[in-house]
Write a protein that binds this ligand. Structure first.
Ligand code: ADP
Ligand code: MG
Length: 396
């Protein structure tokens, strides 16, 4: 896959697919600028090298209709401030006005187009729509990893009409960390998996059993494995219809010589109320001793010690999924301990998943992580070894 470093885009009109799908408040202001900030290195590299930048993104799910609620106009303002440069906002993503504005662009100038999902042709990857969208530009850069697993007009369709088609720095980084650093890791490679469900992650577990040396399993997912092993699980969240899936993963781990570690003790609660973020009586029990009327809400102190040791002795660590119901105080210790262990380990560390990233940010250790993958579904599919259409469409 070629990147913006491999080609010269000076003096050329470049359509740049970014991910500006940011949260807005009721007044239409951007409340979290993380995604805009993340796109700056690619935009700045392009402008500094004389490209004429035409940014295209989606925001929310307007379902193919123009809807001011999902306008990218507030993003234009936020981007202008962050970039320290005035940018032009087009009230559409295609048409004569866009074409004219693009033709009048000078080297280093930037346009932001209106929400590309105001047209159904975007998610349908309609060729005629892709052609019109592409017609304002000559070359293409994709830097929106989070939508790379979708074959949409702005991620795949336009590449038929533009050349070169290359990746920006964000995509390059995701591919480096989720690809190379996991497929050819510095060993031992330890994978920490948690979160709510085995069913969400089974394909990832399967793929990672081919690569990891050790797998640490926590979160609710651990209880489905526990049940598959015939241990008592009390009121813990168990996916009864996934016991065979868990057993198959265990068999595969054995065959592939991957050491899987499960919690040896648990923090359990008599009642969990998600709406009030409260739990009943909390106590620590050993694995195999789950009392009736109690369910697991976090890994216990001995497990923290066991997992921390493994993380300290790893050269590469990949973490997806919290160890407990970290949103509720008292059930967050295991998750925060993993964040600390990762921060203190010399290993290359990669953290992915919306809840895992918010947990590591809450823990205060985010800056100690080598890479935080923000791709969500795209990251999981990439780890599963699937070919992402948006990546496949880039020049090789
Ligand atoms: P990510 O977004 O990082 O991929 P997931 O969405 O898979 O993570 O899982 C996060 C959710 O898992 C959190 O809401 C957390 O409360 C829940 N969870 C973790 N451990 C447990 C548990 N023991 N019981 C119930 N829910 C749990
Ligand atoms: Mg989640």
């Amino acid at each position: 896959m070629k990147t913006i470093k491999d080609v010269s885009l000076s003096g050329r009109r470049v359509l740049v697919r970014v991910d500006f799908n940011v949260p807005l408040n009721e007044r239409g202001e951007v409340v979290d600028k993380t995604r805009i900030t993340a796109a700056l290195p690619t935009i700045q590299y392009l402008t500094q090298n004389g490209a004429r930048v035409i940014l295209v993104s989606h925001l929310g799910r307007p379902k193919g209709e123009k809807n001011p609620k999902y306008s990218l106009k507030p993003v234009a303002k936020a981007l202008e401030a962050l970039l320290g440069q005035s940018i032009l906002f087009c009230e559409d993503c295609l048409g004569e006005d866009v074409k004219k504005t693009a033709e009048n662009l000078r080297d280093g100038e930037v346009i932001l187009l209106e929400n590309v999902r105001f047209y159904k042709g975007e998610t349908d990857n309609d060729p005629a729509f892709a052609r019109s969208l592409a017609s304002c530009a000559e070359a293409y850069v994709n830097d929106a990893f989070g939508t790379a697993h979708r074959a949409h007009a702005s991620t795949v369709g336009v590449t038929s009409y533009l050349s070169p088609c290359v990746a920006g720095f964000l995509i390059e980084k995701e591919i480096t960390y989720l690809g190379d650093k996991i497929s050819h890791p510095q060993r031992p490679l330890t994978v920490i998996l948690g979160g709510a469900k085995v069913s969400d992650k089974i394909s990832v577990i399967d793929a990672l059993l081919e690569k990891a040396d050790c797998m640490l399993i926590g979160g609710a997912m651990a209880y489905t494995f526990s049940a598959a092993l015939g241990h008592p699980t009390g009121d813990s969240l168990v996916e009864r219809d996934k016991l065979d899936v868990a057993s198959r993963a265990l068999a595969k781990a054995k065959k592939k010589n991957v050491e899987i570690l499960f919690p040896v003790d648990h923090v359990v609660s008599s009642a969990v109320d998600f709406s009030s973020r409260s739990v009943g009586e909390l106590k620590v029990v050993q694995e195999g001793e789950m009392p009736d009327g109690f369910g697991g809400v976090d890994i216990g102190p001995r497990t923290i010690e066991l997992f921390t040791q493994r993380i300290a002795n790893s050269k590469t660590v990949l973490w997806n999924g919290p160890m407990g119901i970290f949103e509720i105080p008292g059930c967050d210790q295991g998750t925060f301990a993993m964040a600390k262990a990762i921060a203190e380990s010399p290993a290359i560390s990669i953290v992915g998943g919306g809840d895992s990233i918010s947990a590591i940010q809450k823990s205060g250790y985010a800056s100690k992580v080598s890479f935080m993958s923000t791709g969500g579904g795209a990251s999981l599919e990439y780890l599963e070894g699937k070919v992402l259409p948006g990546i496949a469409a880039m020049d090789a």
